[in-house]
Write a protein that binds this ligand. Structure first.
Ligand SMILES: [Zn+2]
Length: 452
């Protein structure tokens, strides 16, 4: 016999519509029952006023990039000049300081309604490239940080072996001084280290190929096989930059997408991150293989990457998810609406995705991309992960309750999140994090420690 707890939701998003008066029964971390037409809170129920959504999935994160917020908004440049600043911060991180930073960042995510993060993790080794005595000290610091912040993590342990394509056929450049921390030298060595990582209830272990620049083509299949053996998610940065496409074309005579397809990287457990500069043939390859697309619109616009063909990708068969990536902001509502609004600017037409479709990317399809097909809905049997958005804030007040999803997606911000529940545990209550007492102070101290 297990205890059942009940949450009463003034309004719930049930995937297609807003339902007023819903009681969610939760047992063993899962939704045990969904009762509609419950006009008043049952005795003993926890009351969640606002629009309760399934927990949001942040499908693409590099936690340490949070330390760059604002620092990188000074001056001009490109993705490549931004990357130099990012390397400077990465050089200072230790397992201890990374834990402090990531715990605060993941707490910021919980406050934004995010219940699960996909951490694309490549900062594996000590400065200079020597492994720590525990070779997964950095990855385990991230897992512990998510646990301390109360959210789920899919640690996408990333193979990052080279600095870029080299001059001759099949040649790659050695990692530079910053990238030595990222490199396991070979995909076999990467697989050996990644195999030591352990998943638990709140933690899943997945794999990532940093990019076709950073993993030699002849070693891609090793990473793909590792993920296949475990039926684990496999993520890859794909065609974020035109320069990557040009270098790949020069080195291999094909696009990055084609190269990944030829080495067995694409498939339904794979997610391409960004997928920005694609040809029609690339889109067809991604769609036909059911490879997912993680759009990171706030980062893509911040880095002046371009606007990816998300409409065409989805139409071709690529499910969409959303990530805050560099954490220029951490706000999945902003990511969702930015995907739609970018497309409006590009096409001069409106309404490419409904609020329901954008919420699907932010919830059920995002969780699936992180290896959790049992999350992202308010249905019996699903993980009891949900978040409540205020409908009485200055941003969201006014619209009729039946338009609450439109208010959430097109007007709310992360600051409107009132509650976040993970596995039935109330992590954020009335806008306050229950486990990390002062999240802004935790962010400030972790970040100032890195900037010295
Ligand atoms: Zn990224």
């Amino acid at each position: 016999m297990h205890d059942t707890v009940t949450f009463w939701l003034s309004h719930a998003w049930l995937g297609t519509h807003v339902e007023p008066g819903v009681a969610l029964d939760v047992a063993d971390g899962r939704i045990a029952g969904v009762r509609t037409g419950v006009d008043a809170p049952p005795p003993g129920a926890t009351v969640l006023r606002g629009l309760t959504l399934p927990g949001l999935a942040n499908t693409h994160s590099h936690a340490f990039h949070r330390a760059l917020r604002s620092t990188v908004q000074v001056g001009s440049g490109t993705f490549w000049t931004w990357r130099e600043l990012m390397y400077q911060v990465s050089a200072r991180l230790t397992p201890e300081s990374y834990y402090d930073l990531a715990r605060a960042v993941y707490a910021e995510m919980a406050l934004a309604g995010i219940t699960s993060v996909g951490e694309f993790h490549y900062l594996h080794h000590a400065p200079g490239g020597a492994p720590y005595s525990n070779p997964n000290a950095m990855g385990e610091a991230l897992i512990a940080a998510a646990d301390a912040a109360g959210i789920r993590i899919t640690l996408l342990d990333t193979a990052y072996l080279a600095a870029g394509f080299g001059q001759g056929a099949g040649q790659y450049q050695q990692p530079d001084q910053h990238q030595l921390r990222f490199s396991d030298t070979t995909a076999e060595a990467w697989a050996e280290r990644a195999s030591l990582l352990k998943g638990t209830g709140h933690t899943l272990i997945g794999a990532a190929v940093h990019s076709v620049r950073a993993v030699p083509a002849g070693q891609l299949a090793t990473v793909a096989a590792w993920a296949e053996e475990r039926q684990a998610p496999l993520h890859v940065h794909l065609s974020e930059q035109v320069a990557e496409n040009e270098a790949c074309q020069a080195a291999h005579g094909c696009s990055p997408t084609r190269l990944l397809a030829d080495h067995g990287v694409l498939g339904a457990r794979t997610t391409g991150v960004h997928n920005t500069h694609l040809s029609a043939a690339d889109i067809a390859l991604l769609g036909a293989s059911a490879t997912g697309t993680c759009m990171c619109p706030t980062t893509e616009r911040d880095l002046a990457d371009g606007i990816g063909p998300a409409v065409a990708l989805q139409r071709a068969g690529s499910p969409l998810s959303l990530g805050s990536d560099s954490h220029a902001v951490i706000d999945l509502f902003e990511e969702a609406r930015a995907m739609e609004l970018n497309e409006r600017l590009r096409t001069q037409t409106r309404g490419h995705w409904t609020a329901a479709a954008l919420l699907r990317a932010a919830t059920v399809d995002g969780h699936a991309a992180l290896g959790r097909p049992d999350a992202g809905t308010l249905e019996p049997g699903a993980l009891a992960d949900f978040t409540t958005v205020a409908l009485d804030s200055v941003r969201t007040a006014g619209p009729a309750p039946r338009l609450a999803a439109e208010a959430a997606v097109f007007a709310a911000s992360a600051a409107d999140v009132r509650h976040t529940v993970v596995a039935g545990r109330h992590i954020v209550r009335d806008g306050q994090h229950a486990l990390v007492e002062d999240v802004p102070a935790a962010l400030a101290s972790a970040i100032s420690a890195l900037h010295g």
